[in-house]
Ligand binder design. Structure first.
Ligand SMILES: Cc1cc2nc3c(=O)[nH]c(=O)nc-3n(C[C@H](O)[C@H](O)[C@H](O)COP(=O)(O)OP(=O)(O)OC[C@H]3O[C@@H](n4cnc5c(N)ncnc54)[C@H](O)[C@@H]3O)c2cc1C
Length: 321
């Protein structure tokens, strides 16, 4: 079985981002079994890249690709796919990747498997692993006969070790015209949060806290400890309960405190990626099957609203003694 594998590079301002190297590792894993040629596609305008280790590089250069748009990236991917004729297209499962990947799959008539976190081989058969039901299930998918688009979770594969030299580089100067999209403004929020970096204890709120008012309970719990800080899951940030610069996870901060207390957090792979360096993990969750318990030293199956106030009362009593 021989394949042609196409990777879509993840870039920012013309610079190839590190997650691309993980996609190359993933592609090399497949290539080792299927004797494939790997081509990395870089959409953009006057990018800095000239080559990439472990793959050929195809640059799609166009004023219409100066900034990310779903429409532009989809057109760039289609242009590249016409030339490369890929059997598999690999895209990072990032906020841009999962935006345009399903459209590329639809336009190329391909199957689409998202959030891939592992690849396994049985003979010539390739299976793609992804989590399901908030990480409680480990799902395995096998592709059909048609081409396939996969999105790969950042952090799921190691960075490519660069043992193979960079391949050939070619450029297509394209005139990509956006028919339905125009970018009004890009703003990048301030990500610096040294508080989390230096905290010995982090009390982290998830969707399970239920409402903004319950953040007070989380703060009160944090105040029971010295050198503590509060943080949250992405859902807690999306709900506006916690600032984005205190989001823990793949797309947030990576933290490694002495104690991490996960309050109403299910334990998705993306959250675990940010806190699995913590020395001790305590989780409070009403669901005894919650995935977070697999990563916890102490598992408390309880309602937050009953456990935390009780904990605070006990801590205050202890302090007064
Ligand atoms: C590309 C990408 C990047 C991502 N990056 C991140 C990231 O950096 N960080 C991140 O956190 N997520 C990230 N996510 C989102 C991630 O997949 C999950 O959706 C998110 O982590 C879930 O947040 P949660 O655990 O707070 O909510 P849920 O998964 O909804 O879990 C809520 C939990 O609270 C429990 N619960 C509910 N009520 C109570 C109660 N009263 N008492 C006790 N327990 C209760 C429930 O049993 C459940 O386990 C990313 C996703 C993608 C696709």
């Amino acid at each position: 079985m021989s394949h042609s594998i196409m990777i879509m590079c993840e870039q920012s301002g013309g610079r190839i981002l590190p997650v691309t190297s993980e996609l190359i590792s993933c592609a090399n894993l497949i290539a080792a079994h299927c004797h494939s040629r790997i081509t990395a596609v870089l959409p953009g305008l006057n990018t800095d890249a000239y080559s990439i280790p472990g793959a050929d590089l195809l640059i799609i250069n166009s004023p219409g690709l100066a900034e990310y748009t779903c429409e532009g990236w989809e057109m760039a991917a289609m242009l590249a796919a016409e030339q490369i004729m890929p059997d598999i297209i690999i895209i990072a499962h990032t906020s841009t990747g999962y935006d345009y990947a399903p459209r590329v799959a639809a336009l190329t008539g391909s199957g689409c498997i998202t959030s891939v976190c592992g690849i396994e081989f049985t003979g010539d058969n390739l299976t793609y692993r992804r989590g399901g039901f908030h990480g409680k299930l480990d799902l395995q998918y096998r592709a059909g006969e048609q081409a396939l688009v996969i999105t790969v979770l950042p952090g799921a594969f190691p960075s490519y070790d660069g043992q193979t030299e960079a391949g050939m580089t070619s450029i297509i100067n394209a005139d990509i015209q956006l028919a339905c999209t125009s970018n009004v403004q890009f703003s990048i929020p301030d990500q610096a949060n040294t508080e989390l970096e230096h905290a010995e204890v982090i009390i982290s709120a998830g969707k399970g806290i239920g409402k903004a008012e319950n953040l007070q309970m989380i703060r009160a719990m944090a105040s029971c400890f010295n050198r503590s800080a509060i943080a949250g899951s992405r859902v807690a940030c999306d709900n506006g309960w916690i600032e984005y610069n205190a989001q823990v996870g793949l797309t947030g901060q990576k933290v490694s405190p002495q104690l991490y207390v996960a309050c109403g957090i299910s334990g998705s792979a993306q959250h675990i990626a940010g806190m699995n360096g913590s020395k001790t993990v305590v989780s409070i969750n009403r669901d005894p099957e919650a995935a977070i318990f697999r990563y916890s030293d102490i598992c408390i199956v309880e309602e937050l609203e009953s456990f935390i106030p009780e904990f605070i009362r006990e801590a205050e009593k202890h302090r007064a003694e």
